[in-house]
Ligand binder design. Structure first.
Ligand SMILES: O=C(O)CCC(=O)C(=O)O
Ligand SMILES: [Fe+2]
Length: 657
């Protein structure tokens, strides 16, 4: 027995060796058969039976013929290896397939496994296109960046077998072509010599009379065709399906709607950040050069989507870009040029129609129209967009006492990186190390930056540490829900809306492993602001929000302004908003009336009062979150409430203050 085990181990060693070389199971099995030869494998089993030290029971079995030294037994031995090697089956090198002998299929085994996988094919496919019967959770890809993480992981497993399959198909083609082109080559010569209308008999005569064509004829049968037969017999698709069937899809895959949303996300980012189409499509996200380039085909697809959405500036620019990219030698994507031209003509016509029909008495000019009619791509290159004029407008109209529609221009311009504060306003801003507000700060001063003097707006750095941030984010991820905005008509019903596309949740410190840490941070906030946050009813639960790319929060006031909701604890007197991540591009918190924006820097927080000294909402604190261009933005809001804090903030000297 020991001897047999040793030999089995040797066998298993060589199987492992082949596995490491990247051979597939069927290749390994066939090689084992060929190289060790069936008779040697049989003798292994034979030895097992003939060994003197076999137990009585085994001998009895042997005698009764229950275990027979036949091919079936050998098969099962080999199959054990196939189970053994199944797990780490990967990357069979295509060149190994050239040795036609190795891949000669074992008819019996193929049949058996064919049966298994064919049963599942429709199921497997359905799983990847989201039509299968087991109901998988349906994620909202447009709103939950962490659902996209799962897609990235699944795709990793889809890509590998497909890439391997393609390699093998290419190898298959190579072998088929190698045979076919040799045939074509010699038959061309014969046709050339005999003329195109020669009969088969004549051609045969010609081929056989020439030693070179004879050599080639024989060679094709002896050397080339065996490889061809082996290639045809090997069912590459079966192997592919088997690999794919192992992939677990834990959520429904994206559908057409998600794809459309992902294009709209591009438009939103582009619009808010003022990104030029050409640079954007070559990977530039503001200062961040991501190097991700879109193809002509993709630009065309995006342009067509813009036509459907009547965003004519985007439509024209993306379609023209598709045309230009198509001329680029590097771009080998497939596009229908005629259809592209027709779409462009159509978009120009529709733009001009919309331009003519636009009601200019409306307060906001359509940002997706040009200031003039356009007739070709040259015009588009030089035309000014309505949205370009927002910039000038924004600088002219900024008036601190007003809020309303014009703040939309300011908001967009602030998101796009404009600085709208006047030189006078800026001259009064500074950074400092806060040492005086509490004795604690003598030891550890706070880094502060004044963003606006009146109303007071300040950013505090290093107020919350990385390990706590990580814990808060981890606890929140699984609880995130689409953010809602307050519905003022129905005080108990909030709405999911396009105003706020982030997702959010509420965090109770006791959900954390170290609740004390967050209490310490809130004590720090109390010291900085001089307001209570930890006493009952002195602040709301902490609200955590997460923004994926393109997600934003339109301008709003944090003040609730609804006596039915504020009767008990008062208005949201102040906001302390922590940034739980640094955002590489976009995602600023913009204050359009103040003309400034705070940049999300992990660990910092922004503080302002939402109400005036007299208790009325301070509409100058109108603010919103700009769409994220690159990164994932996390914030945590602490809304500090009025009734527990009114003694901490003195009244003003004037009525409206
Ligand atoms: O995300 C931002 O920058 C602003 C968030 C905000 O204003 C809010 O949650 O009330
Ligand atoms: Fe807010």
């Amino acid at each position: 027995l020991e001897n047999s085990v040793m030999q089995l181990e040797t066998l298993s060693e060589s199987v492992k060796g082949m596995q490491n070389e990247g051979f597939s199971n069927s290749e390994i099995i066939n090689t084992v058969k060929l190289e060790l030869s069936i008779s040697r494998a049989k003798s292994l089993i034979g030895k097992l039976y003939n060994d003197e030290e076999l137990t009585e029971e085994e001998i009895a079995k042997l005698k009764s013929g229950e275990v027979d030294d036949n091919d079936e037994e050998l098969e099962s031995l080999l199959k054990q290896f196939s189970i053994y090697t199944m797990e780490s089956y990967n990357n069979a090198s295509a060149s190994s397939l050239i040795h036609g002998n190795v891949i000669k299929a074992d008819a019996e085994m193929e049949e058996e496994s064919n049966y298994e996988y064919k049963e599942d094919i429709s199921n497997i496919a359905a799983r990847f296109i989201g039509n299968n019967e087991d109901k998988l959770p349906k994620p909202d890809y447009a709103y939950f960046p962490y659902d996209l993480f799962k897609l990235v992981k699944v795709e990793e497993h889809i890509y590998k077998p497909l890439r391997k399959y393609v390699k093998k198909v290419e190898m298959k083609l190579k072998i088929l072509n190698s045979y076919l082109s040799d045939y074509d080559g010699s038959s061309d010569l014969v046709t050339h010599a005999l003329g195109p209308s020669s009969r088969l008999e004549q051609r045969a005569q010609a081929i056989v009379s020439n030693p070179l064509t004879t050599y080639r004829l024989i060679r094709r049968f002896a050397i080339k065709l065996p490889d061809v037969w082996a290639m045809i017999a090997e069912d590459l698709e079966e192997e592919l399906w088997r690999q794919l069937s192992k992939i677990q899809m834990k959520q429904e895959p994206p559908k057409e709607k998600d794809w459309k949303d992902s294009i709209e996300a591009l438009f939103r980012i582009q619009y808010y950040n003022g990104y030029k189409t050409k640079e954007f499509a070559n990977g530039d996200l503001g200062e961040m050069k991501s190097n991700v380039k879109l193809t002509a085909e993709q630009c065309m697809e995006i342009g067509l989507r813009a036509v459907a959405l009547k965003q004519y500036d985007h439509a024209l620019e993306w379609l023209i870009l598709a045309q230009n990219k198509h001329l680029d030698a590097e771009d080998d994507s497939e596009i229908d040029l005629k259809f592209l031209q027709q779409s462009l003509d159509y978009a120009i016509k529709e733009h001009n129609k919309a331009w003519e029909g636009y009601d200019i008495s409306r307060s906001l000019p359509d940002p997706h129209l040009y200031t003039k009619k356009v007739s070709n791509s040259h015009d588009v290159d030089f035309a000014k967009k309505n949205s370009d004029t927002f910039k000038e407008y924004s600088k002219k109209v900024r008036n601190k006492e007003q809020y309303g529609y014009h703040t939309q221009y300011n908001f967009i311009n602030l998101c796009a990186g404009e600085d709208l504060q006047t030189a006078k306003e800026k001259s009064r801003l500074y950074c400092w190390q806060e040492r005086s507000k509490h004795p604690y700060f003598y030891i550890s001063p706070m880094k502060m930056e004044l963003l606006n003097e009146d109303p007071y707006l300040v950013q505090v750095y290093n107020v919350i540490g990385n390990s706590l941030i990580e814990e808060v984010r981890n606890v929140s991820i699984s609880k995130l829900e689409r953010s809602e905005v307050i519905n003022y008509d129905l005080p108990d019903a909030n709405d999911v809306s396009q105003v706020r596309t982030s997702s959010q949740t509420w965090v109770d410190p006791h959900e954390l492993i170290q609740p004390q840490k967050i209490i310490n941070v809130m004590q720090l906030v109390e010291k900085i602001t001089g307001l209570h946050t930890l006493k009952p009813q002195s602040s709301e639960d902490l609200q955590v929000a997460c923004y994926g790319t393109s997600h934003h929060y339109d301008e709003h006031l944090d003040a609730i302004q609804d006596p039915r909701r504020t009767v008990e604890s008062g208005e949201r007197m102040a906001t302390f908003m922590f940034y739980l991540s640094t955002v590489e591009e976009g995602g600023k918190t913009a204050f359009p009336v103040l003309g400034t924006a705070a940049k999300p820097i992990q660990g910092s927080g922004v503080f302002w009062y939402n109400i005036k000294h007299n208790g009325e909402p301070d509409k100058r604190t109108w603010h919103g979150g700009c769409p994220v261009s690159h990164g994932i933005k996390w914030v945590m809001n602490s809304w500090i409430l009025e009734h527990q804090n009114f003694l901490n903030r003195p009244c003003g000297l004037h009525e409206g203050e």
